[in-house]
Write a protein that binds this ligand. Structure first.
Ligand SMILES: NC(=O)c1ccc[n+]([C@@H]2O[C@H](COP(=O)([O-])OP(=O)(O)OC[C@H]3O[C@@H](n4cnc5c(N)ncnc54)[C@H](OP(=O)(O)O)[C@@H]3O)[C@@H](O)[C@H]2O)c1
Length: 323
């Protein structure tokens, strides 16, 4: 029997995976060549399993026969991390190593999520996986430590670096813009930071495919693999600035919720430069990720950010961003 542990399951990505539990189980069982049968999936968040507690991680893995881990837990408050290096390092830097070590001890597999913030954003071209990392922030530095900790254990793994994640769940830029749009006449949004948004629902679907294929490679074929090569970049297709994303979000909201619905999305989006928005953590100005490797390895067709944003807003309810 395979048993998959999903950590941080109440966050954006974890919730999107939970929503797809049945699809996941069926995809995983179909590609499981070991014919070990039934797959159990455990969704945990800090209340059920604090991943910073190494003993608790080992006990959970042993007691539940965990064979695969998808780590969606992270310290994602980028500005707060600047004043809390210890907290961010524990969760982003050390805990992924505990999970990976637990998988190493049972010859298991781990998929870890990382970020575009491991780069400084000064590059002229979309970042490839092997490019030099140079994080600007505590969040980025601690996430990079997490990648290294996973690799150092020598466990079978994949690391996916993603960017600008949003979903109907959790807190994110798209939901903040929707909330501000019904409260304000106008909002200022930076137009000089460029990247690609990632709809967490799309990423969840790709993770299901990646874990089903990569996590099921028989142990006898593992030796020849160099797991450092198994870092992948993933975001939606296309390019935009935060201003473009805000503009499109409000345009789609106006379409979905016309004035008769009781919500008014007449707020103007004004483009401003980053110096008008001083924040504790400096954001990379160019965050594009090159996705050729993940698309080729797993035959992925990644949707354009505009169509995924539309899909997300179509599924969203007003209480998702008003409460
Ligand atoms: N959000 C983005 O824009 C973005 C961009 C690039 C990469 N990523 C990466 O993508 C991954 C998923 O991000 P996300 O946005 O889905 O994160 P998220 O919504 O912040 O969810 C993280 C979850 O982890 C939980 N958690 C916190 N401490 C924990 C602990 N000690 N043990 C277990 N769980 C704990 C959080 O609980 P609480 O809410 O109670 O703290 C939360 O439910 C992360 O690795 C993140 O670094 C995110």
């Amino acid at each position: 029997m395979s048993a998959i542990l999903i950590t941080g399951a109440c966050g954006q990505l974890g919730s999107e995976l939970r929503e797809r539990e049945r699809v996941f189980r069926s995809a995983f069982e179909q590609s499981d060549k070991s014919e070990t049968g039934f797959t159990k999936i455990f969704f945990t968040d800090i209340k059920e399993l604090d991943i910073c507690d190494q003993e608790a991680v080992n006990t959970f893995v042993q007691n539940n026969g965990i064979t695969h881990i998808i780590n969606c837990a992270a310290y994602t408050a980028v500005d707060r991390a600047e004043d809390d290096l210890t907290g961010a390092l524990k969760l982003n830097g050390f805990a992924p190593g505990y999970l990976a070590a637990a998988m190493k001890s049972v010859n298991g597999y781990m998929l870890h999520i990382s970020t575009d913030y491991v780069f400084d954003g000064n590059g002229p071209l979309p970042y490839r996986e092997e490019e030099r990392t140079s994080p600007l922030t505590t969040y980025g530095r601690t996430k990079l430590e997490g990648e290294k900790a996973v690799i150092a254990t020598g466990c079978r793994h994949n690391i996916i670096r993603t960017s600008w994640l949003y979903s109907c769940y959790g807190s994110n830029f798209v939901k903040t813009i929707l909330r501000l749009a019904i409260e304000k006449e106008s909002i200022n949004v930076v137009f000089d930071q460029i990247g690609s948004p990632t709809y967490a629902g799309d990423l969840a679907e790709s993770i299901i495919k990646i874990v089903s294929l990569s996590g099921n490679i028989p142990p006898c074929n593992q030796e020849e693999r160099n797991w450092e090569d198994y870092i992948y970049h993933y975001s939606n297709e296309g390019v935009c600035s935060w201003y473009d994303l805000a503009y499109e979000t409000i345009r789609l909201a106006k379409e979905k919720w016309p004035e008769e619905s009781g919500y008014r999305f007449n707020c103007k989006v004004l483009p401003v430069t980053s110096d008008k928005f001083p924040a504790p953590a400096k954001r990379p100005s160019f965050s594009l990720l090159n996705k050729d490797k993940v698309k080729a390895a797993f035959s992925l067709e990644i949707p354009h950010w505009r169509s995924s944003l539309e899909k997300c807003i179509r599924n969203m309810k007003t209480q998702d961003f008003t409460t």
